[in-house]
Design a protein around this ligand. Structure first.
Ligand code: FES
Length: 196
């Protein structure tokens, strides 16, 4: 699978947030919200926009744990395995999700980039244990069966989103060509390895 990076998106973000190098973190957060990770392919262009070195972008991207340089799924599920959640049986929840999605400790993201399953040490919601988050939304008092039901809902959302995209294509919607200066696209080889 290939990923295409439209640098017009970078322009939109920097137009809105400004091009002050002190705003790198906020800009990278917006990029990650868009792509669900930080594609290194856009770093040269972003560096030129901010007037900083590419190495500086990388250093910020790798310093903060919340940033990921590896592709993640449309839905990122974080299963808490902190003490409160662990004693309330968070591991069977994690195992059920991984089994349903064909994932493992070494493969955290599905090949279609639909789902990523990770663990975290504490979500700060110990009173709701065992808890997990889906794209940072907390789901309390989970069980393996509840997690499987939740997964079904998320799969339905993915299918609906795919259907919407197909309908847009059937309607003949053709994306406009981006401006030449921003039209550089890069392709990302699939399966570069999933980061835990
Ligand atoms: S240990 Fe799971 S939310 Fe704190």
């Amino acid at each position: 699978m290939k990923g295409i990076f439209d640098l017009e998106i970078v322009n939109e973000i920097t137009n809105e947030l400004g091009r002050d190098p002190s705003g790198i973190i906020g800009i990278l957060q917006r990029v990650q919200e868009t792509y669900h990770y930080l594609p290194g392919e856009i770093f040269p262009y972003l560096a030129s926009q901010l007037g900083v070195s590419e190495a500086r972008i990388y250093s910020v991207a790798t310093f903060y744990e919340n940033f990921s340089l590896e592709p993640k799924g449309r839905f990122v599920l974080k299963v808490c395995d902190g003490t409160a959640c662990h004693v309330r049986k968070s591991i069977p929840i994690l195992e059920r999700l991984r089994r349903e999605l064909g994932l493992s400790e070494t493969k955290a993201t599905t090949d279609d980039l639909g789902f990523t399953v990770e663990t975290v040490s504490c979500l700060g919601a110990c009173g709701l244990a065992p808890a997990l988050t889906v794209n940072d939304q907390v789901h309390p008092a989970m069980t393996p069966d509840k997690a499987a039901l939740l997964l079904g809902e998320l799969r339905a959302r993915l299918a609906a989103e795919a259907g919407d995209a197909t309908e847009a294509g059937d309607a003949g919607a053709t994306p406009p060509d981006p401006p030449a200066a921003a039209a550089m696209t890069t392709a990302l080889d699939a399966g570069k390895g999933d980061k835990q």
